[in-house]
Design a protein around this ligand. Sequence first.
Ligand code: DON
Length: 309
Amino acid sequence: MTASGSGRFGGVLEQIGSEVAALTDRGRPADYIPLLAGADPGRFGMAVAEPDGTVYGVNDWQEPFSTQSITKVFALALVLASEGEEIWRRVGREPSGNPFNSLVQLEYENGVPRNPFINAGALVVTDRLQTLTGNAAGRVRDLLREESGNPAVDFVAEVADSEAAHGDRNAALAHFMASYGNIANPVPELLAAYFRQCSIAASCQDLASAAGFLARRGVRADGSMLLTPSQAKRVNAVMLTCGTYDAAGEFAYRVGLPGKSGVGGGIVAVVPGVCTLCVWSPGLDRRGNSVAGVWALDRFTTLTGLSVF
Ligand code: DON
């Protein structure tokens, strides 16, 4: 492990970490999950992990934050690893062009969500993982622990409870899909698993490391295979087109990398074959993506020239 200021990515992270102080508009923390509303938009962390496990970081890169929708990537990876392409019968892989918690497309499209990263699609993926394992949230947590090497990665019960107490929209999505036969588990059980999964706290260091299999063509930290190279390519492709919701076009334009955001203010991004990144800053734009996070990834790809384009 390498700290900031040295090695291949130390210099660029130092630069971004000092430039970010000049950002005046940092957005606002998510307020529909009360426990996230109090986060300080002034916080900022960034980490870069190389495929060999070397991690560079700057500012609050070791501070745990609420991973939220970033966990959707790991849940999808586990389902693909378990049963291959089956899941695509129940969820699409097209950008939605709608907010992450939107209901409107679901009725037109007969209860089949556009992609696995909007909430409806993620509920279907967690539902399948729950059927396959009996413990969807636990499996996502364990994957994050194993790939980050940090056994402290865990659920935060207060965050899950806070979301559950304000979870009417996700409950509506789940019940609506159940009415089309696209949810197999009892909705209350599914929602509990989904909120637990979203409540996992991890740092930029943890998440940049844990996403390493996406830069290593599906190979896990221990050298075994989680996904085939083709599956890893496909997860990256869906992250690029759908990972930042109705801002995916703008994110591709500015950052040029597959990325997945969460309303806790984190974003994971992948430079296939080269590195994985995670940024965190709790202030969000109106589409639910971290303002300083997108800015920092934009700076990173501009300064290094690393992008998939
Ligand atoms: O289901 C929700 O609304 C949250 N647990 C996760 C949403 C989220 O992170 C969207 N990301 N930008």
